[in-house]
Design a protein around this ligand. Structure first.
Ligand code: KIV
Ligand code: ZN
Length: 516
């Protein structure tokens, strides 16, 4: 019988550490429900001790998810671990994931601790975590740059204390497939009690090798858990892409000879949901989930595919969920049909009043757009909940712009500032530029625009445009997302939403930067 490869999804924790990818509790819950539908084995729901918001999100996910194990990250200290345990209390199956840096560089420069102190802290942390649950994962952070003898010692000790999963982290994406695979294999060979734990890999993508390194950890090293994220979201250049690992192992089962429990038809819906909620677009040529992943443009390829799909297709688009894009509702759909679709999508709104509000948004949209898809529903719920969870200093009331060949584009906008209406206008290079300048003429935020991107939520020109605006100010980076069939309106909504997020002072501890 083939071994099972455990898929540990960390979109909601490592993915959320991408600058600007912070999610609200409701957004995290929606993604967690989709991950459960995708049948990932473990969902790392967050880092409970990092903020009250993250604690509440981990707790809500632990209470709602029954088919996947729910995990919380915690640094190697009693307070973090107790907080993780508390948040996970309601879970049917839970895991505490504790970590501490083990490379000389991180121990000396970041933690300012001696190797002996780190060794002791790791041991005590795992012992303490085992008082709360028998499912404990330990990660040596920056493991791939750590001294081998020290790693062996510390891993033997934490396994002896009861760690059930050992996760080798390539924190800065320094690994090279063969070397990283060999590292995992050597550790498994040299740690005397290595057979008492499942070995796992966690690779970052700084050199574009996260998936290759993870798979080498599996084939050469014998790891049986891969940590990964939807769309490869994660710190800096991102993490290992879940869809690529899963489809590689499934498509090349002849080589990997491993079972994966994931329902691959839920991959594309998961990818779209994560992209829409975080505002991180998926590049068109991204493997598996990019818009072009199954598009055959060249005549030779088209001809081949028409004669026999296997000529140029190694996977089926429908097997990864590309056909899931269905018209689900329209102008005549009633409140019950809308409510039922929310349920089917795993969306739980807090009150009947919230459902009524969402239904009204749906009706407004259906008046302007004949066909409403699941993605449209997700977008309107995202907008509504973002409005509820972040204080809305700024709210769009109305706007108009003009652009004509040979004329300089002009925008006029009315929005509320803490409830009072204000209007402003400006010229710009284009209607979007004019709109942003008109907003800034009143707000003077001092924020720097880091990213502006527009995506069609579904397909065709009738689709809603979904705009992401990323703003940076004083070391904080936030994303605002706005959707509307009119992309200039979507742009204004996204800009105001980003300004609202900049105003909300969410304080979080960053696991990779905070000390123990
Ligand atoms: O990259 C990393 O080292 C991590 C650990 C917390 C596992 O994310
Ligand atoms: Zn990481």
């Amino acid at each position: 019988m083939a071994d099972k490869l455990i898929i540990f999804d960390t979109t909601l924790r490592d993915g959320e550490q991408s600058p600007g990818a912070t999610m609200t509790k409701e957004e995290k819950l929606r993604i967690a429900k989709q991950l459960e539908k995708l049948r990932v084995d473990v969902i790392e729901a967050g880092f409970a001790a990092s903020s009250n918001g993250d604690f509440e999100a981990v707790k809500a996910i632990a209470d709602a998810v029954t088919e996947s194990t729910v995990c919380s990250l915690s640094r190697a200290n009693d307070r973090d671990i107790a907080r993780a345990a508390e948040a996970l209390k309601g879970a049917k199956s839970s895991r505490i994931h504790t970590f501490i840096a083990t490379s000389a560089l991180h121990m000396e420069q970041k933690l300012r601790m001696t190797p002996e102190q780190v060794f002791e802290q790791a041991r005590l942390a795992v012992r303490y975590a085992r008082n709360h649950t028998d499912n404990v994962e330990f990660s040596p952070e920056d493991g791939s740059r750590s001294d081998l003898d020290f790693l062996c010692r510390i891993l033997e000790a934490v396994i002896a204390e009861g760690a059930t999963t050992i996760n080798i982290a390539d924190t800065v994406g320094y690994g090279v497939p063969e070397l990283f695979g060999n590292l995992v294999r050597t550790l498994r060979e040299r740690v005397p009690n290595s057979d008492k734990a499942v070995w796992s890999v966690h690779c970052h993508n700084d050199l574009g090798m996260a998936v290759a390194n993870s798979l080498a950890g599996v084939t050469i090293g014998g790891a049986r858990q891969v940590e990964c994220t939807i769309n490869g979201l994660g710190e800096r250049a991102g993490n290992t892409s879940l869809e690529e690992v899963v489809m590689a192992v499934k498509t090349r089962r002849d080589y990997f000879d491993l079972d994966v429990g994931v329902d691959t038809t839920q991959i594309v819906p998961a990818s779209k949901l994560v992209s829409s909620i975080t505002g991180f677009p998926v590049q068109p040529n991204k493997a598996v989930v990019g818009a072009n992943a199954f598009a055959h443009a060249s005549g030779i390829h088209q001809d081949g595919v028409l004669k026999n799909r296997d000529t140029y297709e190694i996977m089926r688009a429908e097997d990864v969920g590309w056909m899931a894009n269905k018209i689900v509702l329209g102008k005549l759909s009633g409140r019950n049909a809308f409510k039922q679709r929310l349920q089917e999508l795993g969306i739980t709104l807090d009150s009947e009043q919230d459902v009524n509000q969402a239904f009204q948004r749906f009706k407004d949209l259906a008046d302007r757009k004949a066909e409403i898809f699941d993605e449209d529903i997700h977008a309107l719920v995202s907008e509504q909940t973002a409005h509820q969870e972040v204080d809305e200093h700024y709210q769009l009331v109305s706007m108009a712009q003009s652009s004509e060949t040979g004329e300089r584009p002009h925008a006029r906008i009315t929005f509320t500032v803490d409830g009072s209406e204000t209007s402003s206008q400006s010229e710009g290079n284009g209607p979007v530029d004019a709109t942003f300048k008109a907003i800034e003429a009143k707000v003077a935020s001092g924020a720097e625009l880091m990213l502006y991107s527009v995506n069609a939520i579904t397909t065709g020109t009738e689709s809603q445009g979904e705009v992401t605006v990323r703003l940076a100010k004083g070391g904080r980076v936030v994303n605002g997302v706005g959707a509307d069939p009119d992309i200039v309106v979507a742009s204004a909504k996204a800009y105001l939403s980003a300004l609202n997020r900049l105003q909300s002072n969410v304080l979080r501890v960053d696991p990779q930067r905070g000390g123990v």
